[in-house]
Design a protein around this ligand. Sequence first.
Ligand SMILES: CC(C)(COP(=O)(O)OP(=O)(O)OC[C@H]1O[C@@H](n2cnc3c(N)ncnc32)[C@H](O)[C@@H]1OP(=O)(O)O)[C@@H](O)C(=O)NCCC(=O)NCCS
Length: 232
Amino acid sequence: MSLIKANSCNFKPIAPMNINVSAKRWLRLLCRSAILLRSGFKTPSCVPPPADPRTQPEVLKPLLMVNDMHHNFPDGLQLRNSKPTDHARSINVLKDWWDGRDLTWMLPKLFLNHFTNTSFVIEKDGELIAFLIGFLSPAKPKEGYIHFAGVHPDYRGVGKGKLLYQRFFEICKENQRDTIRACTSPVNKGSIEFHKMIGFAITKGNAEVDGYQVTLDYNKPGDPKVLFEIRI
Ligand SMILES: CC(C)(COP(=O)(O)OP(=O)(O)OC[C@H]1O[C@@H](n2cnc3c(N)ncnc32)[C@H](O)[C@@H]1OP(=O)(O)O)[C@@H](O)C(=O)NCCC(=O)NCCS
């Protein structure tokens, strides 16, 4: 009866072969101890294998911090970096400053949330006089881009636009960006002349409007743009 019970529990007596196995284990343990003794109990160092560069995040050059840029001009104007709260003020003046064209859709708030250290405003007694929204291209490490720039109609033609562009160029140079790009609509003749006077070249497009090279359907169908480029 007891034998049947033992079998039903898959009981197996230790075979003489298993004694050999256990002897082998003892031999291995002895060998390891001998190696440890000889090495003075030093365990192998845990130096991690070299990292695979393909799986490592790209190390980006830190952007020079220019957030504290502030300049007072003798005529009472002040230049400073943009703040997210400047978005609403910029949107408010767009139509007026751009000859009645409503370009609000081109200026979502993200520009003033994320590019404040490369964007500026000029103010006088709290009133917005001029602004520039630019950024250092994350995808093109040698390039900067000016997305929007505008000057209050009463303050045009006295160098404020040029001043904002020059400040942006300085930041680009400090960050090894040697090419600046911008674009405008062919209807905006003032902007085209301004960019030309600053030194921008019009890049070759795929059509011509009013004698200017344009790229058709740039942001949407029926939206030609004059593209500018300058090497600094
Ligand atoms: C385009 C704009 C930003 C220029 O600003 P600004 O302060 O009047 O320009 P500046 O006084 O700095 O002028 C710089 C140079 O451009 C020339 N310039 C500026 N506007 C010009 C125009 N409408 N026609 C011809 N030349 C012009 C100036 O004569 C000056 O030349 P100089 O350096 O030889 O003296 C301004 O007219 C504006 O806000 N326009 C409406 C918004 C716009 O179109 N923005 C640009 C595209 S996003």
